[in-house]
Design a protein around this ligand. Structure first.
Ligand code: SF4
Length: 272
């Protein structure tokens, strides 16, 4: 992996269409590309990680002059990827978010976020830890550089125990492969005190489709034709299939008493 530092004039993007899933007004990525290299993710295709060294300074100039809102931290690339141990760009950005009293929603798969617990306690922040499966064989196939699901769930619990609003996201929801464990995933999220449970379906855009189908062909040859059919001429699942999964997850969230949505109002996060 190669690391390059970059400087940018603008780092905070305005979300024009309200993000229904993550609920933000703005988004910021402290790194460009992601070294975790998850097989379903297009942030992992490029082998160069661009470190946005002066992200905090650029953000500070911006936040001085805009109306408060919710900033999604890590909308495209993980803000707690390994480089963060060394560069601490995300930590510096969070300090600016705290200074200007903005709210934020942090998306990550890493327990490195625990390093910043004391800082997070002083910010109106929401954390979502994402996972794809409880089965370590499956996670090894698709996201072998990321810590195990068990540690991610322990991270959720630790954050909640420290008063930080935290939930789980099943992202991406890989159809067929995780069908038999959907119930267990929601149940165990509740056991580890997750306050919300979000999900987003696998999308296969551009080169990602070929890469993904190759992995299926190697590891699940009997499922290859099903995946080809599911994503034939499209990068998303058909709406009829999406609706079935949505209904199932909604029922599971009710059964295990976890909010399936997050709400922001007056720049504050409200659980259901
Ligand atoms: S951790 Fe997130 S951003 Fe990084 S490669 Fe995996 S899915 Fe993509």
């Amino acid at each position: 992996m190669e690391y390059r530092t970059i400087s940018q004039d603008s780092i905070l993007k305005i979300i024009t269409k309200k993000d229904k899933l993550f609920g933000g007004d703005f988004c910021i990525d402290t790194y460009q590309n992601c070294e975790y290299g998850c097989k379903y993710c297009d942030s992992s295709i490029d082998k160069v990680i661009y470190v946005k060294l002066d992200a905090d300074k650029i953000l500070e100039k911006k936040l001085r002059n805009i109306k408060k809102g919710v900033i999604i931290v890590g909308s495209v690339n993980d803000p707690y990827q390994k480089s963060e141990e060394k560069y601490e760009i995300t930590k510096k950005v969070l300090k600016i978010i705290k200074k200007y009293e903005f709210s934020c929603h942090i998306l990550t798969k890493s327990n490195l976020i625990l390093r910043d617990i004391d800082l997070l306690k002083d910010i109106d922040c929401l954390v979502t830890i994402s996972l794809i499966s409880l089965n370590e064989t499956i996670t090894q196939i698709f996201e072998k550089n990321v810590m195990s699901t068990k540690y991610r769930l322990k991270t959720v619990e630790k954050l909640v125990n420290n008063g930080i609003k935290t939930g789980v996201a099943l992202i991406p929801l890989i159809p067929i492969i995780i069908d038999t464990e959907l119930d267990k995933i929601v149940k165990i999220s509740e056991k580890y005190k997750a306050q919300h449970f979000l999900h987003k379906f696998l999308e296969l855009k551009g080169d990602q489709k070929e890469i993904f189908l190759k992995i299926i062909s190697t590891n699940y040859p009997s499922l290859l034709s099903k995946f080809k059919e599911l994503y034939k001429d499209r990068y998303q699942l058909e709406w009829t299939i999406v609706d079935k999964y949505n209904l199932k997850i909604s029922n599971l969230c009710k059964r295990y008493n976890i909010s399936e949505k997050i709400y922001f109002q007056d720049n504050q996060y409200y659980p259901k």
